[in-house]
Design a binder for this molecule. Structure first.
Ligand code: PGA
Length: 254
């Protein structure tokens, strides 16, 4: 695990965008795993800027998003399909047929999970997976549990997640109770992983991910077992990490 601590949220996005852009320069037909939420917005903004200014080319790139709310159509402004179009896809030259998200409107979520896993496998697997982290240390919508769920599956959202995501809705009662999410195995199969976090409210989860016991009760902790993870966090999200770690990892100022 490599740790990059940045001075600001914008710098965190810049570091992440550099890695994503580097991946695409090295392999123009990369398969990216993508995340929604507030955290990756500055990364998307930066990637759009690199596309516009120096022509970073997404024409051969394929993307798979981590998750989607169940019962939300792609046209719904609260859906993750919509989020991705607004924040990223409509600003770059990615081909619509190369963009994939789980279908939150599917009738049979077991079949949908299997379909999604097969699509990922058929595209050769994810080269670089971008992750945010929940305050409860979830990745994707893999909530704390007594076991790690393996592949793309239906999840019941934790009350903490519903409360955290209620800021995007009029109130918590409007937040969907269920989602479909890549599983832990799906995420761990990615060749490279970057985990992003900013803000004090993520400090405990970041500590659990980087220094805590590896346990399904803190799903992000499994990343300690992945062979290539970069954790990119602003200094507020890093504030519970012991200073001994700061010394051996990279710290960047923006
Ligand atoms: P956030 O969500 O980026 O909106 O904080 C992250 C997550 O829940 O994984």
């Amino acid at each position: 695990m490599r740790l990059v601590i940045t001075d600001s949220y914008e710098q965190m996005g810049l570091e992440a965008a550099n890695i994503v852009a580097g991946q695409i320069y090295l392999k123009p037909g990369s398969v990216l795993g993508l995340a929604t939420g507030s955290t990756p917005v500055s990364m998307y903004e930066r990637l759009v800027a690199v596309h516009r200014t120096v022509g970073l080319d997404f024409s051969e790139v394929t993307t798979f998003n981590l998750d989607e709310y169940i019962g939300m159509s792609p046209e719904n402004p609260q859906s993750y399909h919509y989020f991705m179009q607004e924040n990223f896809f409509r600003h770059i030259n990615i081909k619509p047929e190369n963009v994939f998200l789980p279908d939150g409107m599917a009738e049979d979520m077991i079949a949908e999970g299997q379909r999604y896993e097969k699509l990922i496998a058929d595209k050769g697997g994810v080269d670089l997976q971008v992750l945010g982290i929940g305050q409860n240390a979830h990745i994707g919508f893999n909530e704390p549990d007594v076991k790690f769920a393996a592949t793309t599956h239906k999840v019941e959202l934790d009350e903490e997640t519903i409360q955290a995501n209620s800021r995007f809705f009029r109130d918590a009662s409007e937040v969907p109770r269920y989602a479909i999410s890549m599983g832990i195995k799906t995420i761990m199969m990615a060749e490279h992983v970057i985990l992003l976090a900013n803000g004090k409210n993520k400090a405990k989860a970041v500590y659990q991910a980087v220094c805590g016991d590896v346990t399904p009760e803190a799903p992000a902790s499994i990343l300690q077992l992945h062979r290539d993870v970069a954790v990119i966090v602003d200094k507020e999200a890093a504030e519970l990490l012991p200073s001994s770690i700061h010394g051996v990892y990279i710290s960047r100022k923006g």
